[in-house]
Ligand binder design. Structure first.
Ligand code: ATP
Length: 236
C-alpha cells in the first residue's frame, strides 16, 4: 500500500452558514488502503466525508483525486470519477423495492442486470428480497442494499459513514468482510465510525477528529487506543 494517495484532502475547512465544523483537515487514502476516521459526536467526521465526496462544498483547502485537483467537484462528477459515498442512514429509498433501488444506479452507465447480478452475488439474501419494499427489510439487509448501490458506481474510492450503526455484531462483521475484500482488489476506503472497535481490525490506518481537527493520524495500535480512551473517558 505504498504509492501516491488516490484521495487527498488538504487543509479542508467546511461548515454550515456561519458555523465552521471542519478546521483545516488534511487526510489521504491510497489504493487498497482502509483508513478509519474516528471521533466523538459532532466532531466533523460526516462533514469531512461529504466534502471528500463532493456532496458538501469546502470553504477552504484543496481536494485531489489521483493527483488531480478537483476542488469544487459536484457529487455526480465525483461518482463518475469513481468516488462513492454510502451516507449515514443508509440512503436507500424505503418505499421502493430492492431492485428499484438498484435500478436507480443505472446513471453510472451500468445496466440494470449488471447491477442486480453483482448485488445478488455479493449478498444472496438480496436476491430473495428483490421485490420487497426496502423499508420493510432488517437494518442489516438495508445496509447490504446501500453498499450494493454504492458499489454500482465501480468505486476507486469508497466512503462509508457509520456502516455499523444499529446493527448486530455478526452483520457488521459480514459487511466489513465485504469491505476488506474490496480493499484487497485495490479500492481505497475511508470509513467513518464513532465507535472504533468494529473497524479497527481491518483498518490500515486511523485518524481521530476532535472539534473539527485531526488529533491523531497513524497506525491503529496502542497509541491510538490510548488516544481514544482519553477522548471517550475524558469527555463523558
Ligand atoms: P456524528 O457522529 O454525530 O454524525 P460527526 O463527527 O459526523 O458527528 P458532523 O455531522 O460532521 O459530525 O457535524 C459537525 C458539526 O456540524 C456539528 O456541530 C453539527 O451540529 C454541525 N452540522 C452538521 N450538519 C449540519 C447542518 N446541516 N446544518 C448545520 N449544522 C450542521
Amino acid at each position: 500500500r505504498s504509492g501516491a494517495p488516490i484521495l487527498e484532502l488538504q487543509d479542508i475547512r467546511a461548515g454550515y452558514g456561519g458555523i465552521t465544523a471542519v478546521h483545516g483537515v488534511s487526510l489521504s487514502v491510497r489504493a487498497g488502503e482502509v483508513v478509519a476516521l474516528l471521533g466523538p459526536n459532532g466532531a466533523g467526521k460526516s462533514t469531512t466525508q461529504k466534502v471528500a465526496a463532493g456532496v458538501h462544498p469546502a470553504q477552504g483547502g484543496r481536494l485531489r483525486y489521483a493527483g488531480k485537483d478537483v476542488t469544487g467537484i459536484g457529487a455526480r462528477d465525483a461518482a463518475r470519477a469513481g468516488v462513492c459515498l454510502i451516507p449515514e442512514g443508509r440512503g436507500v429509498f424505503p418505499n421502493l423495492s430492492v431492485r428499484e433501488n438498484l435500478w436507480m444506479m443505472t446513471f453510472t452507465g451500468r445496466s440494470r442486470e449488471q447491477i442486480e447480478t453483482d448485488a445478488y452475488e455479493r449478498f444472496p439474501i438480496l436476491a430473495r428480497r428483490a421485490k420487497q419494499t426496502a423499508g420493510t427489510m432488517s437494518g442489516g439487509e438495508q445496509q447490504m442494499l446501500a453498499l450494493s448501490r454504492g458499489l454500482a458506481c465501480d468505486p476507486a474510492v469508497l466512503l462509508l459513514d457509520e456502516l455499523s450503526m444499529g446493527l448486530a455484531p455478526l452483520i457488521v462483521e459480514q459487511l466489513y468482510g465485504q469491505v476488506a475484500e474490496l480493499a484487497r482488489t485495490g479500492v481505497a476506503v475511508l470509513v467513518v465510525e464513532q465507535f472504533a472497535t468494529a473497524v479497527l481490525d481491518m483498518a490500515d490506518r486511523a485518524a481521530v477528529l476532535v472539534r473539527g481537527k485531526v488529533v491523531y493520524d497513524g497506525p491503529p495500535g496502542r497509541s491510538l487506543t490510548d488516544e481514544l480512551a482519553n477522548l471517550y473517558l475524558g469527555s463523558s
